[in-house]
Design a protein around this ligand. Structure first.
Ligand SMILES: *[C@@H]1O[C@H](CO)[C@@H](O)[C@H](O)[C@H]1NC(C)=O
Ligand SMILES: *[C@@H]1O[C@H](CO)[C@@H](O)[C@H](O)[C@H]1NC(C)=O
Length: 401
């Protein structure tokens, strides 16, 4: 299966190169803009909020309280929090623009839209006492995003909007962290009207992504080297990436698509759903940074097949958890209603794993396998037909809650 993936990838690179040679593309006006600038360019109102977590991380959030000209009253609107995946940021829900990205769809439908950014990402690289240049800042995985960041953001939103309950939409790690919250802080389930899980990642041992499969057994062996070279995070949005992006993705450069496709060997993609002209825009805000531990925690999940807390090794586990192996997260405690959206060509969330996650969750109210056979992990965000295949069903189920 993995070798098939590589062959498909090779063909697409070749096709992309040939396509690039024969066609001169123009850079999209959103290229190089951040999430706030993209929203403002479209004339949408956008507020930036800062939420300080109990352990001192200062998280940036964007809020789109209404769509211009539609339902501009901000009181008593249904509120929704959107949470991005690993290595991404709030831009995931804005990149494709009005008529396509969830932020615009939801604002037009009368929702008060809040975009979260996990600790360590572009908008959330700040702390009351710790310095993001030093290791102490990066000692977290998606366990802390779920148990600390999400509750802090939800508390802040419910206080600011005076709404007791909110909707939640998560993609990939945005679902993992939500399930962690629901299991570890079950009182937060009562603050959720409905959770929409896009590409839900709890159990992932069968994942197909060749890169993650190849690397997952070695992550822990690499840890001492990361420490030695003072690498605490992976893929911050550095000027190096901007330069690479600009060099390869600029107008009329034949390598635009081949280089850009490299980004997607992590996740897989669907050729008919991929909008190649938008790749430079997607790359403008990704990767957005994540701790090494977030990757290692997923690598442990792939290798061991469990959905459990971070494995520090036996000695430290005994200190921290009082047992030799980390405790499991109990998905049965996730009692918030969950609408479950998954797809057959998701290289990270295999159908077998999705089925197991779904069967253990406490309260699945919609089970939606995307009908399009090649719909992939990132198509939930960027697919040409995400609206038809996913969002329209999501809007319908939201109406019922
Ligand atoms: C980080 O937060 C502190 C405290 O709120 C603030 O003074 C500082 O300007 C922030 N730094 C950045 C880079 O946002
Ligand atoms: C997919 O999107 C394209 C472009 O927007 C559109 O022409 C097509 O009708 C859509 N297909 C489906 C099945 O909705």
């Amino acid at each position: 299966m993995a070798s098939t993936s590589w062959i498909v990838f090779g063909l697409i690179c070749l096709q992309g190169t040939l396509g690039g040679l024969t066609r001169s593309s123009r850079l999209h006006p959103d290229w190089g803009l951040n999430v706030v600038e993209m929203l403002e360019r479209q004339g949408y109102p956008v507020e930036v909020h800062h939420v300080t977590t109990p352990d001192g991380y200062i998280l940036g959030m964007q809020r789109v309280p209404y769509s211009p000209g539609i339902n501009e009253d901000v009181q008593n609107k249904p509120v929704v929090l959107l949470m991005h995946g690993l290595g991404s940021s709030a831009a995931d829900f804005v990149n494709m623009g009005p008529g396509r990205s969830l932020t615009y769809h939801l604002a037009e439908r009368g929702y008060d839209v809040w975009l979260g950014n996990a600790r360590g990402t572009t908008w959330s690289r700040n702390h009351t006492t710790l310095d993001p240049e030093l290791q102490d800042f990066w000692l977290f995985s998606w366990n802390e995003i779920g148990t600390i960041d999400l509750p802090a953001m939800i508390d802040y939103i419910t206080e600011t909007t005076q709404q007791e309950k909110i909707f939640y939409i998560g993609h990939s790690q945005g679902t993992t962290s939500f399930f962690v919250m629901g299991a570890e802080k079950p009182e937060y389930n009562d603050k959720i009207r409905l959770m929409a899980a896009l590409a839900p990642a709890a159990y992932i041992p069968n994942l197909l992504s060749p890169l993650y499969r190849i690397l997952s057994p070695y992550w822990e062996d690499l840890l001492p080297y990361f420490d030695e070279y003072s690498i605490w995070e992976l893929g911050p949005h550095s000027s190096l990436i901007d330069t690479i992006g600009k060099t390869f993705c600029d107008e009329g450069i034949p390598y635009q698509e081949i280089c850009s496709n490299l980004m997607f060997i992590f996740t897989g993609f669907s050729y008919d759903q991929m909008d190649a002209n938008m790749i430079p825009v997607m790359m403008s805000n990704a990767p957005a940074g994540a701790s090494i531990r977030q990757y290692v925690h997923y690598a442990q999940s792939i290798k061991e097949g469990f959905f459990r807390k971070y494995d520090f090794g036996m000695v430290q586990n005994l200190n921290i958890y009082g047992q030799a192996t980390p405790p499991d997260y109990d998905l049965g405690k996730v009692s918030a209603p969950v609408a479950f959206f998954y797809s057959a060509n998701d290289w990270l969330v295999h159908l077998t794993d999705a089925a197991r996650t779904k069967s253990e969750l406490g309260n699945v109210v919609l089970d939606h396998l995307v009908e399009h056979k090649t719909f992939s992990h990132i198509d939930f965000l960027f697919g040409k037909n995400a609206t038809e295949y996913v969002y329209n069903y999501l809007f319908d189920v939201f109406e019922q809650y």
